[in-house]
Structure formats: C-alpha cells, structure tokens
Ligand binder design. Structure first.
Ligand code: NCD
Length: 308
C-alpha cells in the first residue's frame, strides 16, 4: 500500500502521470464524478487549515465519495490523550483513505506505520507539505508548459515554511532550475536543505536578502507568510512579519511573463493591489489544488486506471 508522506515518495514518472491525470480532470471534472462512489476520505486535522482540508474534502466529493473527520485537535480524542497510532487504527476501520495534518514533524509517518489505509501527509510541523507541492508543480507546469528551465525565487519564511522545504526537495529533480532564496538572515532555509538537498545534489542556488535586486531575474516568485505559530517569541515574529511586502512597484521590476505563487493564507506579504495583475497566479493555484488532490486520491486508491 502506498502513502504520500514526502514529495519524494513519487518518482518523477509517477509525478508526471499524476499531473497528466490532474490536467485531464481539470478539463472536464464531471467525467470523474462517480470514480469514488462508496469510498470515504477521513480528514484528521490537528492544526488549523482552510484550503488543504476543504480542498481534500471537495476533491473526494467531486469524485462521488464521502468525507468524515475533525478540524482541530480539541474536537478529537487527542484532547483526552489518545495517541496518533491509536487514532489511525480506529480511522482505518471507518474510512478508505485519510489526510492528516499535525504540528509534530513525522506524525503522519508514525500513523502510516500503524495504518491499514493510505495516509496522506497534509502538513507536519515545519517539515513537509507534499500535496501543496503537487499543487505548486501543477501550477508551474500549467502556466509555463514545463517543469524544466526556469529561475524560481522563494521568498519569506524559508526556515519554518514547510511548503518551501517540500517544493525545493521536489524541484531539484528537474533540469536547469536555478533557486534564489530570498529571506532575512534569521529565516534562512534550515541547514539540511542547504547542505543535504541543494549542495549534495550540486544544485545552483544563491541566498539574498533584498527582493528588489533579484526581481528582474525571476520566472516564478514563490511568496510565503512568516509562520507565526512556529516562533518561540512573539517579539521576534513582530520584527519579521512585514519584512517583505510585494506591491505594484516591485512587480514593475519583474519580467512580463513572471508568475507569482503563494500557498496561502496571505497576511501582509502580498498587497491586495497585486491581485489584479495578470501575473498573480495564487488564486488559480488554489483551484489546481483540488484537481491534483482528486488525481492523488484516485492514484492511492488505485482507481486511476479505471475507464471514465
Ligand atoms: C500552508 C501550510 O499550511 O503550510 N498553507 C496551505 O496549506 N496552503 C502555508 C502556510 O500556512 O503559510
């Protein structure tokens, strides 16, 4: 049985197939509306979420399946002290597949070890967020036509931003991608990303602090929010939170065909005036998130080869 715990659980070929299926779904989602008749998805969310949880639920409903679950640790037996391992054993009796978000790094992996249904990591602490990466990859591929040959700037909280860690891990497998890591020095990528992922794979990257300086070089700008909930100290968060604000003046420095992505939620890091710029792709990205999750559910339930 397959789980999705890290973006690297899928080979590049499997990823291509998944993104092809997601594209096919996006062209006519109604063709897939009975693929999961009778199947159930459980969403086990121990941390807040809007897009990830609801896009998973929308994805399963679009496929004809049903959903059950909880949206916070307080409303589950975790509040009584139940372990993730016990919870997943129980959920395995109730559902066919589950998506889990947890504040502790590795919790979905622990769950997968005890589960008899596929477990999808929907975000574990500051570690990984593989289904956001699938969404990001689909967005880049649909907008640019390919996942090779571009320069991407990742900007903001690169230390705690799990979407950034998963995206870098995944993109290094494609050809001729240059990474520009834009962050204050306090929020640079963790050492394991710099050493074990980028340097170990001889990937070209630079680390800079000023967004304006690199704007003209970028094909993709991936903005992120400063991850307030992972700071030890509120004053430090307040000092960092408005470090970057993407506004029309900065957009004027960029290429005409650059795209801005953001996993959302946005706080202040993209001014709302940028939303009307045709290069702002973050709301489209959220829509792709539903199609790619539909494709993932079909793949993990091994329903992807079924005729529609
Ligand atoms: C991200 C997350 O939860 O890591 N949100 C999401 O799933 N789209 C990004 C964030 O919270 O900043």
């Amino acid at each position: 049985m397959k789980h999705l715990l890290s973006p690297l659980d899928l080979s590049v070929n499997e990823l291509d197939e998944l993104l092809d299926l997601a594209r096919d779904i996006s062209r006519d989602p109604s063709r897939y509306s009975h693929c999961c008749d009778g199947k159930k998805l459980a969403t086990l969310f121990y941390e807040p979420s809007t897009r990830t949880r609801l896009s998973f639920e929308a994805a399963m409903l679009n496929l004809g399946g049903s959903v059950l679950g909880f949206a916070s640790a307080d409303s589950s037996s975790a509040a009584k002290g139940e372990s993730v391992s016990d919870t997943i054993r129980i959920i395995s009796c109730y559902a066919d597949i589950c998506a889990m978000r947890h504040p502790k790094e590795g919790a979905p992996m622990v769950a997968a070890g005890k589960s008899s249904i596929p477990v999808i990591n929907a975000g574990d602490g500051g570690h990984q967020h593989p289904t956001q990466t699938l969404t990001d990859l689909m967005t880049i591929r649909e907008l640019r036509g390919s996942l090779n040959d571009f320069t991407i700037g990742l900007c903001g909280d690169l230390k705690f931003g799990r979407t950034v860690h998963s995206l870098i891990n995944s993109l290094i497998r494609y050809k001729n991608i240059k990474f520009i890591l834009i962050s204050p020095k306090e929020l640079r990528v963790p050492d394991y990303i710099r050493e074990d992922v980028l340097n170990a794979n001889h990937v070209e990257f630079e680390e800079v602090e000023k967004l304006e300086d690199v704007m003209p070089l970028l094909d993709i700008l991936y903005m992120t929010r400063v991850q307030r909930e992972r700071f030890f100290n509120e004053d430090e968060y307040l000092r960092m939170k408005d470090f970057y604000i993407l506004d029309p003046a900065k957009m004027a420095l960029a290429k005409k065909d650059m795209y801005v992505l953001h996993p959302l939620p946005r706080v202040n890091e993209i001014s709302v005036e940028v939303d009307d710029d045709p290069r702002a792709a973050y709301f489209k990205q959220a829509q792709f998130g539903v199609y790619v999750r539909m494709a993932l559910i079909l793949k993990l339930l091994e329903l992807d080869k079924k005729e529609v």
